[in-house]
Write a protein that binds this ligand. Structure first.
Ligand SMILES: [Zn+2]
Length: 288
């Protein structure tokens, strides 16, 4: 008995070390990766010339802009949205002009409970990207600090153009803040969650951000309105919707260098997203 006890006590540290190594190795080898889904919850009923959205373009083509939220389903249990869509338009627009299904209803169609959304990464606070915030009360919202400060402050001074913003959305983001559900991000190239890194610089809004996601074999970049259409990325033509046209152009180039091919960049309003990738149900595709 004494001998056995002695052996056991010698073994114990070895067993613990092996166990610790196994757990450590497992945690290290299990990357956080995400399945990515694009959900088209709205589209305009009319087509617009591509030249509207690309400075310097001579294209004769037209496009029917659509409105997208992205779902990132993590192998870590997270259900993350990139942008929240909208539930109503600001007074100068009209809901009649849109084909529309509320973003939370789109999620239910693919069996995702809106209450299970853990996080929302806001690329910028334009009405069509932030207005759906209150559909997801459990979600922590991630937004650039400078974009937030501009949106709730500077944008509402007398001489400032605030036409892309909805006053009601200021109340929604402030409610998130008071509920301690707002996480402000400070700057460029920040890994905000494992496998998800955000970048700034294109100045679509004061400090808009785009999102690089580890999708397993590939990195996928959700550009949102930091590239309105694939056309902007392919032709390296900025949209007029920016504080700084040159910065926007430089960031189109930068985005292209971050991924294997341009298809892996997902623009803000391009219906081509829904023909390039495999259909899950009507108006939902799985990226890769
Ligand atoms: Zn937009």
């Amino acid at each position: 008995m004494i001998i056995i006890k002695k052996v056991q006590s010698k073994l114990k540290p070895v067993v613990w070390i092996l166990l610790f190594m196994a757990i450590g190795f497992n945690a290290f080898s299990q990357n956080n990766t995400y399945e990515i889904y694009a959900l088209k919850f709205a589209s305009l009923k009319f087509k617009f010339p591509v030249t509207f959205f690309a400075v310097g373009s001579t294209s004769k083509d037209s496009v029917q802009p659509c409105y997208i939220v992205y779902l990132l389903k993590g192998n870590n249990g997270k259900n993350i949205l990139v942008d929240a869509g909208f539930t109503e338009t600001p007074p100068i627009y009209n809901m009649e002009g849109f084909n529309y299904v509320r973003p939370d209803e789109m999620l239910k169609k693919i069996n995702v409970d809106p209450a299970s959304i853990t996080d929302i990464i806001l690329t910028h606070p334009h009405w069509d990207h932030i207005g759906g915030l209150d559909l997801f009360p459990n979600a922590m919202v991630w937004m650039q600090e400078q974009d937030f400060n501009y949106f709730v402050g500077t944008a509402w001074q007398n001489n400032i153009d605030s036409s892309g913003f909805n006053t009601k959305d200021v109340l929604k983001i402030n409610k998130k803040k008071l509920d301690k559900k707002l996480q402000l991000v400070n700057g460029d190239s920040v890994e905000i969650m494992p496998g998800i890194r955000v970048f700034t610089g294109s100045k679509h809004t004061y400090e808009s951000q785009y999102v690089l996601v580890d999708a397993g074999n590939d990195k996928v970049l959700i550009a949102s309105d930091n590239s309105w259409l694939y056309y902007n990325l392919i032709n390296l033509l900025p949209t007029p919707l920016t504080f700084d046209t040159n910065a926007y152009l430089q960031n189109l180039k930068r985005m292209r260098a971050m991924v294997k091919n341009v298809d892996l960049i997902l623009p803000g309003h391009d219906p081509l997203v829904f023909s390039k990738f495999s259909k899950v149900i009507e108006d939902v595709v799985k990226i890769k």
